[in-house]
Design a protein around this ligand. Structure first.
Ligand SMILES: Cc1cc2nc3c(=O)[nH]c(=O)nc-3n(C[C@H](O)[C@H](O)[C@H](O)COP(=O)(O)OP(=O)(O)OC[C@H]3O[C@@H](n4cnc5c(N)ncnc54)[C@H](O)[C@@H]3O)c2cc1C
Length: 258
């Protein structure tokens, strides 16, 4: 592909959120009870189609929030999710709900500092790009991974959750020390699908791809308006910030056109 403009930061700076989850068997009915079997799935499907209500009408993570992993933190640094269902993953990556009651709790460090990259490896657009997330490459992120597990340990130890827990599923969250939490995060944490920052805004063409009006440095008439334009990943979910960026971009484009 002929080079039009050599911008070394294109595809660099990739950031994403990773979450780690732990599952427990429950003493009370959970979504597994309703959705674990084929009959229940059919009934809940029919309920949703007929009444737009029931478990299929709400997000799978029914409770969530932002917490500070330490009272010393000025801002929340962990996003947490609670899901009234437990499941096993098949080798092909399919989630199969348990037949018996269970639930899952998850935590996601809000402000990862590691940066990866995405690069084309061929001029053929059908060839997949190389994506190197480079996750947990900083000490800050390793520490945050441990804190994520500790936050979940504190939730799991509360009277309310203990009162509905019969046992921990493997791996047993409460049995893990710092090293175990970090090793488990490395082994099992996964993306929550927030890839951002690979065409990020910045001051100059050596450290960024776009200027503050979302124009590609040195290339007239080209803007990038999507999550890749974020200078760094947002501390929470990325969809609303992307829409905000798009609304702002519409104003900038109209201003420049007039
Ligand atoms: C499974 C999943 C779950 C998510 N859950 C949440 C959530 O709960 N909350 C949240 O805030 N965020 C969530 N996100 C993240 C959120 O969806 C993204 O951050 C957001 O959509 C990014 O917007 P975007 O415009 O950058 O990219 P996209 O939304 O991916 O838009 C890119 C668009 O470009 C189009 N396109 C691609 N190639 C071409 C081409 N060659 N020519 C023309 N058009 C093209 C695509 O069809 C698409 O419409 C989730 C993402 C995934 C994948």
């Amino acid at each position: 592909i002929p080079v039009v403009r050599d911008l070394p930061e294109v595809g660099q700076g990739l950031q994403d959120h990773l979450a780690v989850s732990y599952q427990f068997a429950a003493t009370e009915p959970t979504l597994n009870t309703q959705l674990g079997g084929m009959l229940g799935k059919l009934m809940m499907g029919a309920k949703y189609l007929l009444t737009r209500s029931g478990p299929l009408s709400v997000p799978v993570n029914q409770v969530g929030g932002f917490v500070r992993s330490s009272p010393d933190n000025r801002f929340p640094d962990m996003q947490v999710y609670f899901n009234p269902a437990s499941y096993a993953m098949t080798s092909s990556g399919k989630a199969v709900l348990d037949r018996t009651p269970g639930f899952q709790i998850s935590a996601q460090p809000c402000r990862p500092t590691s940066r990866g990259r995405i690069e084309i490896v061929s001029p053929d657009p059908r060839v997949a790009p190389s994506i190197q997330p480079n996750s947990l490459s900083t000490d800050v992120d390793k520490s945050a991974a441990i804190q994520a597990g500790k936050v979940l340990q504190r939730f799991a130890a509360t009277g309310s959750l203990k009162s509905v827990t019969s046992r921990a599923k493997t791996p047993d969250l409460m049995a893990l020390d710092d090293d175990g939490l970090l090793a488990d995060f490395k082994q099992r944490a996964s993306t929550v699908y927030h890839p951002t920052c690979t065409c990020r805004m910045g001051r100059d063409d050596q450290t960024s791809v776009l200027d503050a009006r979302l124009r590609v440095h040195g290339v007239g008439g080209v803007r990038v308006v999507d999550a890749s334009a974020f200078p760094n990943i947002t501390s929470g979910n990325t969809n609303a910030p992307t829409m905000m960026l798009a609304m702002r971009a519409a104003d900038l484009i109209l201003e420049d056109a007039s």
